[in-house]
Ligand binder design. Structure first.
Ligand code: NAD
Length: 363
């Protein structure tokens, strides 16, 4: 298979982790006989420095004309004081809107080897966690009508969803659930919000097409509590933009390290956008300290969802598991065993961690 992948290294640790993602993709291409061509895209702070804007149209076009995009992260203190309309984060909104990716998939997976890093008790997490959050990404209160009154003393934002916007998210939730534990939980605030009541109606309607999937509903406040009280009850969660934003960060914390979590943003037919959930980590940028595994696992999602290469995606995930089984850790996931890991020569940097994954793919 020959495919073109747009690469957006971005800022801070972005370039370090994307470089390792590419090394791993190349190892997969070589082993399984594929050809991946890469096109570099400058976005975020790097684009502000070069052109005075975070995502010039020609850079977005490179993504639109590629088969998938792998992004590191954008932003950092250097651009904290630029005008709001050209902040680095605008590149993310521009990419999501421009690529029409309306669903954000965030697997919250706790690797059993990293159980120590999980803040929850052993009896709560058991042998591990594997939750998939499907978050609506281009609608709801983040995009609804907003304003501030002339005297500056009243402000409003509007949560507005159409049947179609909800249906494509819950349908995706049901489809993923079919290949997992066949459980979908829709999270809302239907005791108060009209828009949430529509989410329930749509979910119940689409459920008729997926009778094998157990559908449940939870209010957002209860869901936030249940995620720390009994996270293993969840398989697939589908929810709105704002609730998904909050819950996916909560879920990432209970899995241990932000350096391990991948994400995918998908639309209909067009190229998907794949990125680690962490930011640019300015405190460790350029020091060979960043954990590249979230980006490497994002590359696995890219192969699975954009190219349909399940075996190759699994090969990456198995290699990551093998590296962890062998005891290798970057600083962020070394936890309380840091000194022992270091003494064993297994406390590694960004580049070495990437190379280890490549070695296990080739093994
Ligand atoms: P962050 O995720 O960059 O860092 C939070 C903490 O986690 C830091 O201590 C950092 O060192 C650590 N960390 C993050 N990723 C790591 C990795 N791969 N390996 C090891 N440790 C890791 O979040 P922040 O500090 O809130 O944000 C820093 C900058 O990143 C800000 O400018 C913010 O706007 C931007 N940001 C960008 C994105 C994105 O591009 N998608 C997402 C979040 C934050």
């Amino acid at each position: 298979m020959e495919k073109t992948i747009a690469l957006i290294p971005g800022d801070g640790i972005g370039p370090d982790v994307v470089a390792e993602g590419v090394n791993v993709l190349n190892a997969v291409a070589k082993k399984y006989g594929h050809k991946f061509n890469y096109k570099n895209v400058i976005a975020g702070g790097a684009a502000i420095d070069k052109w005075g804007k975070p995502l010039p149209q020609d850079q977005l076009d490179i993504c639109l004309n590629s088969d998938a995009t792998l992004l590191g992260a954008v932003g950092g203190p250097k651009w904290d004081n630029v005008a709001p309309e050209i902040r680095p984060e605008k590149a993310l909104l521009g990419l999501r809107g421009g690529m029409k990716v309306y669903a954000n998939l965030r697997p919250a997976v706790m690797f059993k080897q990293l159980k120590d890093a999980c803040p929850l008790k052993d009896e709560i997490v058991g042998e591990g966690l594997d939750i998939l959050i499907v978050r609506e990404l281009t609608g709801g209160i983040y995009f609804g009508d907003r304003g501030t009154s002339a005297d500056g003393k009243t402000a409003w934002d509007t949560e507005k969803y159409s049947w179609e916007e909800i249906e494509r998210i819950v349908r995706m939730g049901f489809e993923f659930a079919m290949n997992r534990q066949k459980k979908l939980c829709v999270i809302d605030k239907a005791n108060i919000l009209n828009s949430s009541r529509l989410w329930r109606k749509v979910a119940e309607t689409v459920h008729a097409e997926f009778p094998e999937v157990e559908l449940s509903f939870l209010y957002i406040d209860n869901a936030a509590m249940q995620l720390v009280r009994n996270p293993r009850q969840f398989d697939v969660i589908a929810t709105s933009n704002m609730f998904g934003d909050i819950l996916s960060d909560e879920a990432s914390q209970i899995t241990g390290s932000i350096g391990m979590l991948a994400s995918a943003s998908l639309g209909v037919g067009g190229p998907g956008l794949y990125e680690p959930i962490h930011g640019t980590a300015p405190d460790i940028a350029g020091k060979d300290l960043a954990n590249p595994l979230a980006t490497i696992l994002s590359a696995a999602m890219l192969l699975r969802y954009s190219f349909g290469l399940e075996t190759e995606a699994k090969a990456i995930e198995n290699a990551v598991n093998s590296v962890l089984d062998a005891g290798y850790r970057t600083g962020d996931i070394a936890g309380s065993e840091r000194e022992a890991v270091k003494a064993a020569g297994k406390l590694v940097g960004t580049k070495k961690m990437g190379q280890l994954v490549v070695d296990f793919i080739n093994a």
